[in-house]
Design a protein around this ligand. Structure first.
Ligand code: ZN
Length: 98
């Protein structure tokens, strides 16, 4: 499945962040998309405040001020799916993304 992210649309976290910056099931508005490094080819800004973003593996600096996270932690969140619980959605997405 090709995952399509669009600024201004919502995204849902499908995987806990290693430092629990975001947790599975949380929904955010997508504020920015950038090219990342080989470990996180697409990085996204979901409005989390912080001191910048760099890849802990290669040191790639994603941003000096904003927190950008690996897009693989997220999936686009469709309003038409609002009757589906986050858990169900995550299960569906995990199946599709395998
Ligand atoms: Zn990296």
């Amino acid at each position: 499945m090709k995952v399509h992210f669009e600024v201004g649309k919502r995204v849902i976290c499908i995987k806990d962040h290693s430092n629990l910056v975001v947790k599975k099931g949380q929904v955010f508005e997508l504020l920015g998309i950038k090219k990342g490094c080989m470990h996180a080819p697409i990085i996204i800004n979901i409005g989390i405040k912080g001191l910048g973003s760099s890849c802990y593996r290669c040191g790639f600096n994603g941003d000096n001020q904003l927190i950008y996270l690996n897009s693989t932690l997220f999936a686009p969140y469709d309003d038409s799916l609002s009757e589906v619980t986050a858990e169900e959605l995550i299960e569906t997405l995990e199946t599709l993304l395998v």
